[in-house]
Design a protein around this ligand. Structure first.
Ligand code: ADP
Ligand code: MG
Length: 340
């Protein structure tokens, strides 16, 4: 059982500037699994930009061209669960052996391995075995290897051996062609100005783009409403509102603490540990920048601090981001994550 989803094909993965490198690398790997320098091929990018789809597409294409090859798709989370299970049942060796005889191993969302040293260790051995034997490894992640945290150096260096290709936010033309393809496959007709309207107004991610068009189709077919710009506006507004509502102080704390891989309690704690203080200051800075909340209210929501602490945090972040390169990168990365 390869666990591949045939609907996630290359044919259905529309090409655009945002994904051309990753898509082409995927096609090259599918034509010669294990036989290119793209080994491993690591596809990275934000939520809903097509990592899982592309990973499946490569596997589906390989299975099509080389039916005798064993191709396995698995999420990093499931791989981890299986590994833990094998340790419990005392058959870690069987687990390793199972993976070492696969021709094409696809692991989705490897950022999940962060901080899990047992799983990283076993994956390191499996990876080396596969690589040495000319087998293909395909990985996806929500970040580039340089930005991954709590992954052992020796594994990170393996990740960088092949090619890391980013999936970026699709531009307008690509969004239109993704929508048209979706409508075509569903056999639904929709006026061009409506498609343009949706593509123009939903830039966040492809999953949301599809979500909007699906609710538009549902509204029109189940509620028998005519698809008008008015209806499109209502639906798009719902999506846009939802995204706006997300930028709350809670959401900011979640994004910042995820970024530093700590939980919100840690971020809010009284500790003076430098990296935690910095994370907290960044959360305050973004709360000031992106919400209408007062300094006092920001302070009370981020670990019960007073308004002077928040003011100090904002100044510190301003200063550090102009003097400290690493810190500036934090600000840029988090800005990206918050500005959906
Ligand atoms: P990720 O794994 O990066 O979060 P997914 O692969 O789950 O994203 O993609 C989200 C949705 O968007 C899926 O339904 C996928 O088919 C669709 N999608 C993403 N990129 C494209 C593309 N270039 N062409 C067509 N559909 C796409
Ligand atoms: Mg995914």
């Amino acid at each position: 059982e390869s666990q591949l989803n045939p609907n996630y094909s290359f044919e259905n993965f529309l090409e655009g500037d945002s994904n051309r490198l990753a898509r082409s690398a995927g096609l090259a790997v599918a034509a010669k699994p294990g036989g290119t320098s793209f080994n491993p091929l690591l596809v990275f990018g934000g939520v809903g930009l097509g990592k899982t789809h592309l990973a499946h597409a490569i596997g589906v294409d390989i299975k099509d061209k080389f039916p005798e090859k064993t191709v396995l798709y698995i999420s990093a989370e499931k791989f981890t669960q299986q590994y833990i299970e094998s340790v419990k049942k005392n058959n870690r060796n069987d687990f390793i052996h199972f993976y070492q005889i696969i021709d094409v191993l696809i692991i989705d969302d490897v950022q999940f391995f962060s901080g899990k040293s047992g799983t990283q260790d076993v994956f390191f051995h499996i990876f080396n075995h596969l690589h040495q034997n000319g087998k293909q490894v395909i990985l996806t992640s929500d970040k580039a290897p340089v930005d991954m945290q709590d992954i052992e150096q020796r594994l990170l260096s393996r990740f960088k051996w092949g090619l890391s290709a980013e999936l970026q936010h699709p531009d307008f033309e690509t969004r239109v062609s993704i929508l048209k393809n979706k409508l075509y496959r569903d056999g639904v007709e929709m006026p061009d100005d409506i498609i343009d309207y949706v593509a123009k107004n939903i830039k966040t991610n492809v999953r949301e783009l599809e979500g909007a068009i699906i609710s538009l189709i549902a509204q029109s077919s189940f509620n028998k409403k005519e698809i008008t710009i008015e209806l499109a506006k209502q639906i798009v507004e719902k999506f846009v509102k939802n995204t706006k509502r997300e930028v709350s102080i809670d959401y900011i704390q979640k994004v910042v603490s995820d970024y530093f891989q700590m939980d919100i309690d840690t971020l809010q704690s009284k500790t003076r540990k430098r990296h935690i203080v910095q994370a907290r200051q960044l959360a305050m800075f973004f709360a000031k920048k992106l919400t209408k909340a007062s300094l006092a209210s920001i302070g009370s929501q981020i670990g019960k601090r007073d308004h002077a602490t928040v003011l100090h945090a904002c100044k510190t972040v301003d200063n550090l981001s102009s003097t400290d390169k690493q810190f500036r990168k934090y600000v840029e990365d988090i800005t990206k994550k918050l500005s959906v």
